[in-house]
Design a protein around this ligand. Structure first.
Ligand code: PLP
Length: 409
């Protein structure tokens, strides 16, 4: 694609980034490439329309067209996720989360969520985030035996501490959640069940993962992750919370919303209802399983023994590496991942003993399960080799050369 701004410095940066992408494989679990249609909507005239408020009740004139855009996006989101209520205005998944806190909790209230260092997310009570500073975070974790969520612990903590919100969802937890059990716990503890489906929503739309909608009081989504939409957020809920959630998004958290992103969301929601989208997600999940199995055969341990989703956490302690060094070695070979921590990691979070891998990007670029053994070979070889100088002709340079030959490269 020829993206030219006419600004020489910015154009040079765009060119460099395009080159970086063609020369490397993106295994960042949260990244996908939106369709040309979504991109067109993002670059459209809607970018510059101010539209504070909601369709039919705006603070600005000239909103008759964007009102229809927003209604279309809402209708499509509701249909895609079988949700009585949808709010398409959040500017990101995190902003959707802020609105959930605003709707259901007061500062200081206890909130119970998955530990950040066991796959959770910083917006679920990290001390470095508003959620941990302005609310009282409580955390459940995974069992040592199988590294899956300890639902007995969730129940015990919920009944003792009576959180206002029970949160399910994470950025580095590769297993499905038991929404029925979480609903029971939320009922027993009389709290709100918030499913943060930032990653999971794409799998739900494709019919690959069970929907949280029948169980949750509120569901948040990042539209730019597996879902392949524009950068942005989405809130879904049963109809009973519509007023409080609308008010939480606007005017409590946000001002004018990104109408171009809302147009992009409308396009993405329609695309996500197609068989082609379902096939892409099915392949991404099959690729993650195949890559996990291939890495296991080559002596690497996958947290919880595998994955149900498009992402997996790979333990690199058997190679005597930190997560940081593993990320660096893979990067040198043109394989882009995130450093991560293991559940019960003995290293500090800044180092970690794992990397998180995700398959949506390489799946969209054309890789299938048949390519995963080769990718696993490269990953293991890159991890085993210390990084030399960038063009030393060593294993990393050799792998980088081969990547360019792939459909994804
Ligand atoms: C990515 C993510 C978010 C934040 O989404 P942004 O759109 O990046 O703000 C929130 N929760 C979870 C679980 C995530 O994975």
């Amino acid at each position: 694609m020829t993206d030219r701004t006419g600004d020489a410095e910015v154009d040079a940066l765009i060119g460099r980034e395009q080159l970086r992408r063609t020369r490397s494989l993106q295994l960042i679990a949260s990244e996908t490439e939106p369709s040309a249609g979504v991109r067109t909507a993002m670059a459209s005239v809607f970018d510059t329309k101010y539209a504070e408020g909601y369709p039919g009740a705006r603070y600005h004139g000239g909103c008759e067209v964007v009102d229809d855009v927003e209604r279309l996006a809402i209708d499509r989101a509701r249909e895609l996720f079988d949700a009585p209520y949808a709010n398409v205005q959040p500017n990101s998944g995190s902003a959707a989360g802020v609105a959930v806190y605003a709707a259901f909790a007061q500062p200081g209230d206890p909130v119970l969520a998955l530990r950040l260092d066991q796959g959770g997310h910083q917006t679920h009570g990290s001390r470095a985030n508003f959620s941990g500073r302005w609310f009282s975070p409580l955390h459940y974790g995974v069992r040592t035996s199988d590294e899956r969520i300890d639902y007995d612990q969730v129940r015990d903590l919920a009944l003792v501490h009576r959180p206002r919100i029970l949160v399910a969802g994470g950025a580095a937890y590769s297993r499905f959640y038991d929404f029925a059990v979480l609903r029971e716990i939320a009922d027993e503890a009389e709290c709100v069940l918030w499913v943060d489906a930032a990653h999971l929503a794409g799998l739900v739309a494709a019919g690959v993962a069970a929907s949280p909608m029948p169980y949750a009081d509120v569901v948040t989504v990042s539209t730019n992750k597996v879902l392949r939409g524009p950068r942005g957020g989405l809130i879904l809920a049963p109809g009973r919370h519509r007023v409080v959630l609308d008010k939480a998004v606007f005017p409590f958290v946000q001002g004018g919303t990104a109408m171009n992103a809302i147009a992009g969301k409308a396009v993405a929601f329609a695309e996500a209802a197609t068989p082609e989208f379902a096939a892409y997600v099915r392949t991404a999940v099959a690729n993650a399983a195949a890559l996990s199995a291939a890495l296991t055969e080559r002596g690497l341990r996958i947290v919880s023994g595998g994955t149900d989703t498009h992402l997996a956490v790979v333990d690199v302690t058997s190679l005597d590496l930190t997560g940081v060094e593993a990320q660096r070695r893979l990067d040198a070979a043109g394989i882009v991942v995130d450093k991560a921590v293991l559940p019960f990691d003995t290293r500090p979070v800044s180092q970690g003993s794992a990397v998180r891998i995700g398959t949506p990007s390489v799946t969209l670029a054309g890789l299938g399960t048949q390519d995963m053994p080769l990718l696993a070979d490269w990953i293991v070889e890159a991890l085993r080799s210390p990084v030399g100088s960038r063009d030393d002709g060593g294993p990393h340079a050799r792998i980088r050369g081969q990547i360019t030959d792939l459909p994804a490269g």
